[in-house]
Design a binder for this molecule. Structure first.
Ligand SMILES: C[S@@+](CC[C@H](N)C(=O)[O-])C[C@H]1O[C@@H](n2cnc3c(N)ncnc32)[C@H](O)[C@@H]1O
Ligand SMILES: Nc1nc2[nH]cc(C(=O)O)c2c(=O)[nH]1
Ligand code: SF4
Ligand SMILES: [Mg+2]
Length: 214
């Protein structure tokens, strides 16, 4: 199978429990909850997305013809050193494209594999770090993993039911209102208040945005 990738780059994981860790990010093209086109945002299931995942024209992006070609590109992004290799599969929705051949190729290259998924498709447990970020209005079928990362606030988000799912870490990430600073500040305040009231949950900041990283 070939893989459509918007961009691939070396950065630090900005979010969640693994924040601060050196990582190659592979951002897959396409999502099942939004076309990625602004004209469709208001009618999409997921309307708050902060990411461009349309096309294959980003830095390091393109169509990779097979798992070997994909893994070679990830290895090249990592550069020298075999130690603590870490790749984050994201998108768009990576589970529309990630398959066993890709996971095997990355493992054979010595990478620990993390995924950022909306949870509407099952994620193989061979992935080393599963982060699921449920979207109100979609069905979360992947109800286990390493971290549940809920963007907050989301209307009609059933966070109490989510606490019964099988996740080791519960993170609340304030919604970036994409240019509306007052709204972003209000979302941060709401997230802090939520965590103060619900100690099972921890705040996840998008530290790459604070640091000016990709
Ligand atoms: C762009 S998504 C790609 C992976 C997958 N489609 C998903 O939604 O989990 C990566 C992460 O960014 C989060 N995210 C997207 N838009 C956001 C926003 N406006 N504010 C905060 N987090 C956001 C998602 O919930 C997800 O955890
Ligand atoms: N640095 C950095 N960390 C991230 N963690 C999750 C991201 C994503 O878009 O999936 C992301 C991202 O886009 N950049
Ligand atoms: S599910 Fe993820 S990639 Fe898709 S629109 Fe929502 S945040 Fe963006
Ligand atoms: Mg991002």
């Amino acid at each position: 199978m070939s893989y459509a990738v918007k961009e691939m780059f070396l950065t630090l994981q900005g979010e969640g429990v693994q924040a601060g860790r050196r990582a190659v990010f592979a951002r897959f093209t396409g999502c099942n909850l939004w076309s990625g086109l602004e004209k469709d945002r208001a009618t999409a299931v997921c309307q708050f997305c902060d990411t461009d995942f349309v096309g294959m024209d980003g830095e390091g992006g393109g169509r990779f013809q097979d798992a070997k070609a994909f893994a070679e590109a990830v290895i090249a992004q990592w550069g020298r050193g075999e130690d603590s290799r870490f790749v984050v599969l994201t998108g768009g929705e990576p589970m529309l494209q990630v398959d066993d051949a890709l996971i095997d190729a990355l493992h054979n290259a010595g990478f620990e594999i993390a995924i950022e998924s909306n949870g509407t498709l099952a994620v193989p447990r061979s992935i080393d770090w599963i982060c699921i970020s449920p979207k109100a209005g979609s069905e979360t079928v992947q109800r286990s993993g390493d971290e549940l990362k809920l963007v907050w606030p989301q209307r009609n988000s059933d966070w109490k039911t989510m606490q019964d799912w099988d996740f080791r870490n519960h993170l609340l990430q304030p919604m970036d209102a994409r240019g509306d600073q007052a709204a972003s500040d209000a979302n941060l305040a709401a997230a802090i208040a939520f965590v103060q009231a619900n100690p099972k949950w921890r705040l996840s900041l998008q530290t790459h945005k604070i640091l000016g990283l990709a």
